[in-house]
Design a protein around this ligand. Structure first.
Ligand SMILES: Cc1ncc(COP(=O)(O)O)c(C=O)c1O
Length: 404
């Protein structure tokens, strides 16, 4: 029995994973020192540091003019939006998606929670890899699901398939795979995905219950070096792709995304799931995107942030950091870098960087101490201003930290 004002559910959410650490950082460091400062180069959250895409502004203006009396009436997944998404996925992955298998959501958050709640019951286990996106655990807590965490291979940043296989139990219902990966920027290669599908198929047979794959892919349009992108859902039919337009458009405050089931999933199963998905969205608080965004989706699908420019920023920052002595991978996608902290205490190092007017997120916020995350939505001017700060901080770290 709970006598206080806060429900046990809300308490569980607030204590889930690194949620509290992220919120503390947001309130005590980001809002106090970073947001208000004109001196600090902000490499923290995936927020825009430049004016929005003009195409986005034009589309919102144009589609805000009502064409009929129902323009701003209640909307769930609008047939027009579902058709645009199905076509776009077909172009990207070469699979004939059915519009009815697309559920429009208020961004990636709602897509993931919808997929989880559609197939998993309280107490079911959800496996995912560390470092994770820090909302998985609160989303699991809200749905009374049990997170089971494994670690990626920290040498290659690829999935550790042996660890995933070992983590599967009779209660496993979902595996979440995030590719391209926040915070490492790794794109999971097709060979890993082929092997992963075999593991999930065998394990489902062994435990006598289907394990579903939730593929968290808000960065799947942000890949570099002309790499051909492969979604995990191409390899395993029992998948839900969760997408958000917030990253591609660099407008995360405009909430639209979707959950997509692949045409390879048996049709009778998809039919059952379509209805269930809709009812979960309804009961989760009507998590369908606003009418305006759904009207504009045909135009929004054509737009994306400047990936070539982002790739140039990636190369510039990776090269500069390596030159200074940082250990850092060159990511294949996303707008993140995940360098090793030069000292084991990543929080202390992030504080050192703040003193040098550079803000990053410590790896501890991603349950992976000893690293830190750099977000390259920082604009060119911030990058130029920030790089000398990175150099001073690693210099200081080598002097101020005893070698042993
Ligand atoms: C890996 C990952 N998944 C999902 C999301 C959620 O995206 P949105 O805020 O657009 O819903 C994010 C946002 O940062 C993310 O990094």
């Amino acid at each position: 029995m709970n006598n206080g004002p806060v429900s046990q559910r809300a308490q569980k959410i607030m204590n889930a994973g690194s949620y509290r650490l992220v919120m503390d950082y947001f309130v005590n460091t980001y809002q106090k020192s970073v947001l208000e400062s004109v001196d600090i180069a902000d490499f923290t959250f995936g927020n825009p540091h430049e004016m929005p895409l003009q195409g986005l502004v034009d589309a919102l203006q144009s589609w805000s003019v009502p064409r009929n009396k129902d323009w701003f009436g209640y909307k769930n997944s609008e047939p027009h939006a579902q058709a645009v998404v199905a076509e776009s996925l077909q172009r990207m992955l070469g699979m004939p998606f059915e519009p009815d298998d697309i559920a429009m959501t208020t961004g990636g958050f709602a897509a993931i929670t919808t997929a989880l709640k559609t197939v998993a019951d309280p107490g079911d286990e959800v496996i995912y890899s560390l470092p994770p996106w820090f909302s998985y655990e609160p989303l699991c807590a809200e749905a009374a699901l049990s997170p089971v965490k494994v670690t990626i291979d920290l040498e290659t940043f690829d999935l550790d398939l042996a660890a995933i296989e070992q983590a599967i139990t009779k209660r496993t219902r979902v595996l979440i795979v995030n590719t391209p990966h926040n915070p490492t920027g790794r794109v999971v290669p097709p060979e890993t995905l082929t092997r992963l599908a075999e593991i999930l198929e065998n394990a489902s047979r062994q435990i006598g219950r289907r394990i579903y794959l939730v593929t968290d892919e808000p960065y799947n349009r942000i890949v570099f070096d002309g790499v051909e992108y492969h979604s995990p859902l191409e390899f395993y039919p029992y998948s839900f792709m969760c997408y958000s337009y917030g990253k591609t458009l660099l407008a995360p405050g405009q909430r639209m995304g979707y959950v997509a089931m692949p045409p390879t999933m048996p049709l009778d199963e998809r039919r059952e799931l379509r209805e269930a998905v809709k009812s979960v969205q309804f009961s989760s608080g009507f998590v369908f995107p606003n009418a305006l965004l759904q009207h504009a989706i045909g135009d929004l699908e054509q737009l994306r942030l400047d990936v070539d420019h982002l790739q140039q920023k990636r190369d510039h920052v990776v090269d500069a950091l390596r030159e200074m002595g940082y250990e850092v991978h060159r990511p294949e996608g996303t707008f993140y870098l995940f360098p090793k902290s030069p000292i084991p205490d990543d929080k202390a190092f992030a504080d050192m960087l703040i003193e040098e007017n550079v803000a990053v997120l410590p790896g501890t916020l991603f349950e992976t101490p000893g690293y830190f995350r750099i977000c390259l939505t920082a604009n060119d001017e911030m990058i130029e201003r920030g790089l000398p700060g990175f150099a001073r901080a690693i210099e200081r770290a080598s002097v101020e930290t005893p070698a042993d």
